[in-house]
Structure formats: C-alpha cells, structure tokens
Design a protein. Structure first.
Lengths: 306, 265, 372
C-alpha cells in the first residue's frame, strides 16, 4: 500500500536541496492539504464524542464522578437496555433470514435483468426509508384507524387490538423495524452471494452431492462469516435507530435512545444531562463491540468471496 | 446431469416467485395503505399538497420545514464535496500512508449513533449559534458528518476506477496548478461517483430527524412529526410524497450507475 | 512520522475540546442595553406604562416559545397582543416542553431569535431562577403571595384542574377516576403525555392517586391505578392530540380542564368533568429571560397577560386566571366565562415542592414497571 509517489515537485527541486530537509518541507506542505478535513472532523465528530465520553464521568459541579455510571444500574435503565438489545437482536435475525432468502431469490434470477435491478433499487430506497415517514406509514396501515385494521374489523370481524394496542410498544417496533432491516440485509449480503461461483455447485454435484450436502458442506460454511457479519450490522443499525421509535412511541421510553431523549428534555425529572451522557456512552460501547466483530467477520469473508 | 440442473432451475424459480410474492406484499402494503388513507372520504389532501401558496398559508410550519430541508440538502451536498473530494484526491496522491486513517474516520459516524452525537453536539453548536446564528441551515455541519461514510465510499470507489497519479503527474508536468488538477482533470473523470455521493447525501438529509429535533431546529421530518399531531392525513400524504421523491432520486442514481458500468465495460 | 502526525492530531483534538467546552461563547451584550428596559424591575422604572409601550413598539418584535395556539386560548392572546401594540410575535416550537424552552434559551443566548419570555411548569421555573429577570407587573398586588416569587423572577399566571374529557357519544360519563377501570372504557383511556416527561401527565397521575385513596404526599395509588388500567386493557398508550380526538382514536383523555374544554369546539359531543374530591390544581408560570433580545416588549407582554384583558382571555380559554379572586371582587371579571368553568367539587390540592419531588422519585423508579 505504501507506493512511493514521485511528484513533480520533488523532481523540480535542485539536486543539492533534495534530501532529508527537502522531504520534510514537502511533507509538511502535503499535510497542510488535509488540515481542513481533519479540523472539520475534529470539531464536529471527535469533540462531540469526547463530550459524551467525558461528560459521562462528570458531576454537575464539574468534578469526576462515577455516580452517573452507577445510576445506569437503575432497574428502568437496565430494562431499557435489555429491550433495546432484544429489539435489535430479534429484528436482526428476522431481517437476516428473510433478507438472505430474498437475496438468494435475486441471485438465481437473470444477472443484470430487470427483476434484479428493480428489486435492488427498491431495497436501496426502503433501507433508507426509516424514521418519521415509516412510522406514519405503519400508522396508516395498521394504526387504530389504518387500512388493514379497518378491513379486519369491518370485513372479517377480527379486532387486532383486542389484547391491547401493541403497535406503540415493543411488538409494534419489531414489526416496523423489519421493514428497513430486510432491504438492508439484501444490500449487504448480495455481494457475498454473488461471490459463490457456480463451479462449486457443479463440482459438488459431480462428486455425488445433493442440494442438502452442497448447502451444509460447501456454500454454508463459506457464507457463514458474511451472514453473521451482516446480521451484526443489522443489529447495530436497529440499536442506533431513534427517529422511528420517537415518532411511533408516545407513551413511555421503552428503549435506550428514547431514554436519552427523556433525560435531555424531561420537564419532570430535571438535571439528568450527565445521566443522558452516561447512557449514550453505554450505547457507544455496545455498538463499538458489534462493529468490531463485524469488521473481523468481513475480513474472513473477503478471503473466499471477494 | 441436465435433468438435475433443469429440476434445480424449476425449484429455484418457484422459490423465487414465492419469496418475491410474500415479501413484495409485505413491502407494498404500507404504501397502498398510505394512498388509501390520504384519499379517504372527501378530503382534497393531495390537491392542497401541490398548491404551494395555499400550503404555506394553511400549514406554515410544514412549508418552513420543507424549505429548510431543501436548503440543508443542497448545502450539505456542497460542503461534503468541497471537503471530501480534494481530501480524497490529495490523500491518494501525496499521503497514501494516511489513507487508512481517513477511511477509519469516515466510517466512524456509523459507530456513533446520531442520538449520541447530538448529545455531544450541544456545546459545539453553542459556538455555531454565536458565530452564525441559530438558523436551521447551520445543521449542515452536523449532516456533513453523518453522510461521510456513504459519500466517502462512493468517491473512493470512483477514484479507484481511474489512475489518479498518472493523470495528476501528466497535468502537473504540463504546468497545471493543483487547483486545475482537481477541478479540470480529476473531477470530470469521477463525475458519476460525485453525483452518486451527492444523491446519497440528499436522500439522507431529507430523511434526517434525530439531530434536527434534539437541537430544536426545523426540518422536513420534524415538520411532518409536528403535523401528525394536528392533521393525520396531511402528514401521511407528505410522508408518501417524500418517499416517492427519494425513490425517484435513488432510481436515477442506480440508472446512472448502470450507465457507467455499461459505458465502462 | 506517522506517530508524530497522530500525536499532533490528538493534541489538536484535546486542545479544541478544552477550548470548546471550558469556555462558552462570549455573550452578545446587544445594542439596546442603553434603553434601560433590560434592567427595569417594574413599569415605574421606565417612567410608566406608556413609556414601556413606546419602548416596546420601538423594538417591534417579541420571541415566544412553546405556546400552542389551542392551549388556553394562546392563539387569541398572541393575536390580540400583536394587533393592540403593533408588535410582531414570533412563535417558535409550539410543541416544546418547559425544559426545551430553557435549552433553547441556553443555545440561542445572545441571538436575536432567543426566547424573550417563558411559560413554564413550576418545577422547571424554580430550578432556573438565575436565568430570569425580576419584574413586577402593575397588578402585582392582586396576586396571592404563595403564587409568585417575592423578588418577581417568576409568577403563576393561569391554571386549571386535572380533568377527564370524554366523548359522550362513545362512552358514559365517568363519575370518578375508578370508573375508568370498567369494561365500557376498554382501549379508550389516554393520558396526555408521559408522566416522567411532561408536567401535565404527572399531574394526571396525582389526580388518579387522589381518586384512588392516595394523597398529595403519596403518588403510589396513582401508579397502581394505571397499572390496573393497563392490565384491564383500558389504557391506550397513545398521545392524545387534537387529531386523535377528532378522529375518535382517543375517546377518553386525562388532561387539564382548559385543554379538554377547548376540544368541544371541534367535537361537539366532547364533555369535561373534574372528578369529585380528586381535584389537582396547578398553575403555569410566566418569566422574562434575563438575556431577552427584546426586553421592553417582553415586559409589555407580561403586563398584558396580567391585565384585566389578558386574564379574561385566559378565562375564555377555560383556564383559571391567577387574579380571578381580585377581579371578581372588583367586578372586572368576565362573568359568563367564569361561570362556564367546569365545576370542581372538593378542595383543590396544590402540591408543594417537597411533595412534588417525593412523587417524582417514586414515579421515576416505578412508572416504567407499571405501564411499560
């Protein structure tokens, strides 16, 4: 990766000047070129992260304290973390399974054909279709006066909310999150499926293998790192999501991002700014762990299916 | 062997259509429901939506949000290009050792959720408010950070496809300054990558809610959310319109990509 | 070399971080400090009400925040103020909570768009007294002592009692809080907000507590009530808004009486009842920002809100103005509106700061368990 780029600048210098000092001057000038980018990123990305990380350990008076982290052990915060992890895990698995099926269905279609391009484009759109618009779409679909609810109630006599209105609680969040998890899985997993060469299938069959042995012995193990990695990515995506839940859930803060919002904007429980930062730190730790595992799995995948 | 392959193809076709039918129904249903919801009864939601003067009179908050979002999208795309394109080119040419660092930094926003970022942005934005005022357009700075992962990947892919060192060297040896190299030599060659980065940026900014809402500024999604409290049908109509707009944008993007592949191969 | 670059970058980050967080931006003193309005503690300080009106007209604008137009008739109040004095009222973030108002004031400090005045819940007001400018309106003497800060930094303005609003076409009239547990209310009862977030919902739980055998000191029966409500399937985890009430999604709403009364305009069958012997009252507080960009207009707004005209406009919106007693005695009160307020049987309970704090602690620990 360290290609030596001989720039015309160095070539133009007088022979006597070239050497350690000449290279140093040129290098400093080169570094100046990336200063705007690094300065910008420092101010708007690194600093906010540091504010959160350091603020989690800050008391209201400004000194160091572990009280905020200790407060994370409160039952309602632990439950919120638990629900966040449960929501992310369930939607990651559902999204992974159905997304992989859909990706496989695309791979078996004609490559470059209309079906594949249309579904891939639609997946690209739907994976981004989260947040407020998605919440309202689902309220229009199976909300209290939604299209499907009214149809079920009036035409089939079934009341989907007989046992309570689940749409605005965890089950509803699971349903709505899968809507963008499945397309995301398609986008992330499709390249790995494309990497499976048809020759491997033929080789397995010519050696007497059935479809079952092919999947269990050949394609399965090859795809597993990528499948697991994509599932982890889906997990991180669901865990970090805020807008969809903020628009859908109006009573209570079942998941951690909503608890953070509560800590910042509640007019009943005041002075929780640093507790909010502690919760944010907790979120960062979880997502960082997941993304590190994802990066490791990606490297395994690249070996065979690049 | 041919019989085995034919049987397999048949089974794959059946599986393909079953999966597409079931999942297709699941994905299309909310869209159909949104259309039905907004055309129920005798409301003229859609007619109001396309009539801009009447819309800004009836729902001024929504009109403000739409204008703010369009401004934010444009400015973010511009800032992203101004920041990333020269940096990506410069790193490739003069500082290849820093490439991993820049990639890591550009992927960092994926690891730091927006809700966490906004908690830390408050003191930074205190300064931004002091220097530039409290308008919704100052969210551009935060949004540029959010789009870094997607935009950098697009631009980097575009740069990988062309031989930047040779082009730059050739231009420099003919007497071009660095500005000319970036603007007139490299940029035209990565036009489609830059366009795709810009499209992705616009799509992301139009869908952003977290940072705008928690920094108390207006934006399309914040306006839709607020509208939902007073008029359910209008908010669903605007949601559907936004979705269609983003769909058209990303469709154009994928067509652009297909054309590039077609032209290149 | 790379290590040096990385060290330099880290040093840069640390330095910028300390600079940014340790120092806040310098305050923009503004160019209207000379008018004296920023430090006036009463109209007399400026030379009388007419001088205040003149100074306010010169400023020409007023920034308000978190004032929904259908909240206690704020729409008409804002319009009347603007028309009467020719001052343009910029109403930001109608949806914000009291804490959001304080956050906005902090974030926009020194800007022209910073809020001039605040309408806050009592708790947020007492926690942020340092941000307010003391000002005593001309009608200061009419306001009971326990409803204002002695120095004038904040003063209660309008309030109401916690009530149950219901669509009489869909559900029967609830005699008390306990009635809501009956089968007729299945899937129909909504609380205005989350009690750990919004002051209105918090008072709703206090009312439930009073109606279930609790007291101002003890909010536990209230939380227990909502737990039972949820178990019976009657509790609707939906935030009631004018849209949901109009569409019939939330046929029963626990909210302030003035907010419930306002819904009858769009839904003629909407009725409001304050449960007997479970009367929870609370006032909302007005305060002027110390760094108000339009200090004279802010003070004129206060004068307007506490004038007879302003107080009667609150009455029109179904809220109880703080000077009601004094105006009733003086005969300046709007008798029809006053008589139209929902009747409240029983002594109203106004929680003290200690009672509120104790209730909040309990709520924070137990609400999610009960309803989540």
């Amino acid at each position: 990766m360290a290609e030596k780029v001989i720039t015309p600048d160095l070539v133009a210098l007088r022979p006597g000047v070239r050497g350690h000092r000449g290279r140093g001057v040129a290098r400093t000038r080169s570094l100046l070129g990336v200063v705007p980018f690094f300065a910008y990123v420092t101010i708007f990305l690194i600093i906010p992260t540091l504010v959160v990380v350091i603020g989690a350990f800050a008391s209201d008076q400004g000194g160091f304290t572990l009280a905020n982290l200790a407060a994370l052990r409160e039952a309602y915060i632990l439950q919120a973390f638990g629900r966040s992890i449960l929501l992310s895990a369930v939607t990651a698995v559902i999204g992974a399974v159905f997304g992989a099926l859909l990706a496989y269905a695309l791979v078996t279609a004609k490559p470059g054909g209309l079906l594949r391009r249309a579904v891939t484009a639609a997946s690209g759109v739907l994976a981004q279709f989260g947040g407020v618009t998605l919440a309202f779409a689902f309220i229009a679909t199976i909300g209290l006066s939604g299209f499907v609810t009214v149809f079920l109630r009036d035409d089939l006599g079934i009341d989907p909310y007989a046992g309570g209105v689940w749409l605005f609680e965890l089950p509803g969040l699971i349903l709505v999150y899968t809507y963008f998890q499945i397309p995301l899985m398609v986008i992330v997993f499709l390249p790995a499926l494309d990497g499976i060469r048809p020759q491997w299938r033929e080789a397995a069959e010519s050696l007497g293998g059935t479809t079952w042995t092919y999947w269990i012995r050949v394609a399965g193990p090859l795809l597993l790192p990528s499948f697991l990695g994509s599932t982890l990515l889906l997990f991180a995506n669901a865990f970090s999501a805020y807008a969809t839940a903020a628009a859908l859930v109006s009573q209570g803060n079942p998941i951690i991002p909503l608890q953070i919002r509560g800590a910042l904007t509640s007019e009943v429980l005041l002075g929780q700014q640093n507790l909010g930062k502690a919760m944010a730190l907790g979120m960062v730790v979880v997502v960082a762990v997941v993304m590190t595992l994802y990066a490791l799995l990606q490297r395994r995948t690249a070996r065979w299916l690049a | 062997m041919a019989g085995v392959i034919a049987r397999r193809r048949r089974r794959q076709r059946v599986l393909r259509w079953v999966v597409l039918a079931v999942l297709g129904a699941f994905f299309v249903l909310p869209l159909v429901a949104m259309v039905e919801f907004t055309t129920r009864g005798d409301q003229d939601t859609w007619r109001l939506l396309v009539d801009w003067p009447l819309l800004s009179q009836t729902y001024p908050a929504l009109a403000d949000g739409i204008v703010a979002s369009l401004g934010q999208a444009g400015l973010t795309a511009l800032l992203m290009l101004v920041l990333l394109v020269p940096t990506a080119i410069w790193v490739r040419l003069r500082l290849p050792g820093l490439r991993r660092l820049v990639e890591f930094i550009c992927l960092l926003p994926l690891t730091i959720p927006a809700i966490v970022l906004v908690v830390g942005l408050a003191p930074v934005y205190a300064w931004v408010n002091y220097l530039l005022g409290g308008s919704a357009l100052t969210l551009t700075f935060a949004y540029t950070v959010l789009v870094l992962p997607f935009a950098y990947r697009a631009i980097d892919a575009g740069l990988s496809a062309i031989d930047v060192p040779t082009l730059a060297e050739a231009a420099r040896s003919l007497g071009a300054g660095w500005g000319t190299v970036i603007w007139r030599v490299v940029l035209p060659n990565i036009r489609s990558a830059v366009l795709s980065a810009a499209f992705l940026t616009v799509a992301l900014v139009l869908g952003e809610f977290t940072i705008a809402s928690l920094l108390n500024r207006t934006n399309l999604q914040v306006a839709i959310n607020f509208l939902g409290k007073s008029s359910a049908t209008m908010s669903v109509a605007v949601s559907l319109a936004t979705l269609l707009l983003v769909f058209v944008l990303l469709l154009l993007l994928s067509l652009l990509g297909a054309r590039r592949r077609g032209a290149g191969s | 070399m790379p290590t040096l670059t990385r060290a330099a970058a880290a040093l840069l980050a640390a330095a910028t971080f300390t600079a940014l967080t340790a120092c806040s931006p310098p305050e923009d003193k503004g160019d209207d400090a000379g008018s004296g309005a920023a430090t006036a503690a009463s109209a007399a300080d400026l030379g009388g009400l007419d001088a205040l009106v003149a100074a306010a007209k010169k400023e020409g604008q007023l920034n308000v925040i978190a004032l929904p137009p259908d909240w206690a008739n704020y729409g008409e109040i804002i319009k009347t103020f603007g028309d009467k004095y020719g001052i343009k009222v910029n109403s930001a973030q109608p949806d914000a909570s009291s804490q959001d108002e304080i956050n906005a004031a902090d974030q926009l400090k020194g800007q022209d768009s910073a809020p001039d005045v605040f309408d806050l819940g009592g708790a947020v007001a007492t926690a942020n007294v340092a941000k307010f400018a003391p000002y005593k309106v001309t009608t200061w003497g009419d306001i009971p002592d326990n409803l204002k800060d002695a120095a004038g930094t904040w003063v209660n303005d309008y309030g109401g009692y916690m009530s149950i609003g219901y669509d009489s076409a869909k559900v029967p009239e609830p005699a008390g809080v306990a009635d809501l547990l009956k089968a007729e209310y299945k899937g129909k009862v909504a609380l205005n907000g989350d009690p750990t977030q919004a002051g209105a919902a918090f008072s709703g739980v206090v009312m439930a507590s009073l109606g279930s055998g609790g007291s101002a000191d003890d909010i536990a029966p209230g939380v227990e009530f909502f737990k039972k409500l949820k178990a019976a399937g009657n509790f609707l985890p939906v935030d009631p808004t004018p849209a949901t009430i109009e569409s019939g999604q939330t046929p029963v709403v626990i909210d302030w009486d003035y907010l419930n009364v306002a819904q009858a305009a769009k839904t003629p069958t909407w009725k409001t009842v304050v449960p007997a012997n479970a009367v929870v009252g609370s006032y909302y507080v007005q305060a002027i920002s110390k760094d108000a960009p339009h200090p004279a207009a802010a003070r004129l707004w206060q004068e307007f809100l506490f004038s007879d005209e302003g107080q009667n406009l609150w009455l029109k919106g179904g809220a109880r103005p703080v000077r009601a007693e004094a105006m009733d005695k003086a005969g300046t009160i709007d008798k029809t509106a006053f008589g139209a307020l929902p009747a409240a049987e029983g002594t109203p309970v106004f929680q003290t700061q200690e009672q509120t704090d104790k209730a909040k602690q309990y709520l924070a620990a137990n609400w999610a368990k009960a309803v989540g």
